[in-house]
Design a protein around this ligand. Structure first.
Ligand code: PLP
Length: 458
């Protein structure tokens, strides 16, 4: 199913496209919270902490594929000219890939394994860009065999390699950008400077290679949309240089870096820069990653241990909570992606014999009563006492810390669960098995959008 057909069907059947979309998104978002909450609750209620097998209480994800679907509609609405190629490094979840493939997106892959995963679900090789400027030789041989032709480069050595192993490639010259306002800077590692582009294009000409266009990336988690403007101006210059050398570049790849919170503003800046510098015959693609999956995944972790700490001077008590997931696992985003995940308390409704509720301030509904406040606050808004916690992962390493200080009005005990929203980007893809803990956590799927459910057969 093509998303454009789906759009068309909505428009034809019900009238105003925008009104319908707005309504759907509102309904979907409303449903989402409750659906995710119900899925979390169901899973933890099925675990008997007194009697479960090792692993049954492992951390798990709830993934709302409806959120990915909504993000795609939002993309199509704000950037109709730009075909997204989902950067699968961000989260190669099979259902996310399946959904985006069905919606007509392309894919940005960085390795043989990623290319293989996308090809396996039936995506045509023309919808893949091998967006890694420094590629492994054997992977290049593989891509040539699989007919994956679009790829980026940014240096002369790579051009010789490509000439040797993949001479039919459709090449995108990746240029350097100002990524100073981004969360994860990429330009210190990749991208040709504007001083080098003519030299690279000239060599490509001498080697009789095919320049398809230009690519850039303004840095992952980009907060300054104007970075796109300069990058597009530079790309325009490189298009002209390539044309002067006799190439016919036809595609601009504006990379990733899109953040949900600022997406509309970024899209507006991008749209107008594209209109100013790239005529409509130029195809535009992008490589969004976190934009699609960040909010779609919620992670729940079990509190496996608790230590009471008494301040020797004041006598005040605080608690160290140890969870069964940490920075060597799905919280790898703390180290690699500069994230600060926020805990919320999840209460089991199971009350097996002997389960210790005596410390509890209450046993109220999950997802409703969680409290989070700044370090300075001793009370929350309703005047409840705040308890000080620090939150740790399960490994032996002292850096395995999820939050040095977290204040909550709720008593959190061994066997309780904490959950964290916005855990869909750069989390499980970089989890390790350090200390023998698992790197394979179950994902429970829900869909808050009927369109997504229909496409995936939910
Ligand atoms: N494309 C390339 C080449 C990347 O290196 C990355 C992230 O590192 C992405 C796309 C995805 O970036 P983001 O998740 O910020 O959209």
């Amino acid at each position: 199913v093509n998303i454009n057909d789906e759009y068309q069907a909505v428009t034809n059947n019900y009238g105003s496209k925008l009104a319908i979309e707005a309504q759907r998104v509102q309904d979907g978002e409303k449903n989402a919270k409750a659906m995710i909450g119900a899925a979390l609750q169901k899973h933890i209620d099925a675990v008997d902490p007194h009697d479960c097998e090792p692993g049954e209480e492992d951390a798990f994800f709830v993934a709302d594929i409806g959120e990915v679907y909504r993000q795609h509609l939002r993309w199509k609405k704000n950037l109709p000219r730009v075909t997204p190629h989902y950067a699968i490094k961000c989260n190669p979840d099979p259902k996310v890939l399946q959904l985006l493939a069905a919606l007509g997106a392309g894919f940005d892959c960085a390795s043989k394994a990623e290319i293989e995963q996308v090809l396996k679900i039936g995506v045509d090789p023309t919808r893949i860009i091998y967006a890694q400027p420094c590629k492994t030789k054997s992977y290049l041989r593989y891509t040539a065999k699989q007919n994956v032709k679009q790829m980026t480069f940014d240096n002369t050595d790579e051009l010789y390699k490509i000439k040797d192993l993949c001479p039919e490639a459709e090449l995108y010259l990746r240029i350097l950008t100002d990524d100073s306002a981004s969360l994860c800077r990429l330009s210190q590692k990749f991208g040709a400077s504007m001083d080098n582009t003519v030299e690279l294009l000239t060599l490509a000409k001498e080697l009789d290679l095919n320049i398809a266009g230009v690519a850039f990336h303004v840095g992952s988690g980009a907060t300054d949309p104007t970075a796109f403007v300069q990058a597009i101006r530079d790309a325009r210059t490189v298009f002209d240089q390539a044309s002067d050398l006799g190439f016919a570049p036809h595609t601009l790849d504006v990379g990733g870096g899109f953040v949900s919170e600022t997406f509309e503003d970024t899209a507006a800046v991008l749209r107008s820069a594209l209109d100013d510098h790239m005529p409509s015959n130029i195809r535009i693609i992008a490589e969004p990653g976190r934009y699609y999956t960040s909010a779609a995944f919620t992670l729940a972790c079990n509190v496996i241990a608790r230590r009471t700490v008494v301040d020797p001077e004041t006598g005040a008590k605080s608690y160290m909570l140890y969870m069964n997931d940490g920075v060597y696992g799905n919280f790898s985003s703390i180290m690699f992606d500069h994230q600060h995940p926020i805990p919320q308390v999840l209460r089991t409704t199971r009350r097996p014999d002997g389960f210790d509720y005596k410390h509890r301030s209450d046993s109220s509904e999950s997802l409703v009563d969680s409290g989070y406040s700044s370090a300075e606050e001793a009370q929350d808004n309703s005047g409840r006492r705040q308890i000080e916690y620090s939150i740790w992962g399960p490994t032996c390493d002292g850096i395995d810390c999820i939050a040095e200080k977290w204040y909550s009005a709720e008593t959190v005990d061994v066997g309780d669960w904490l959950y964290f929203e916005e855990m869909g980007a750069y989390t499980k893809c970089s989890a390790t098995r350090f200390n023998g803990f698992t790197d394979k956590h179950e994902t429970v799927y829900v869909s808050s959008e009927v369109g997504a459910s229909a496409l995936l057969g939910f």
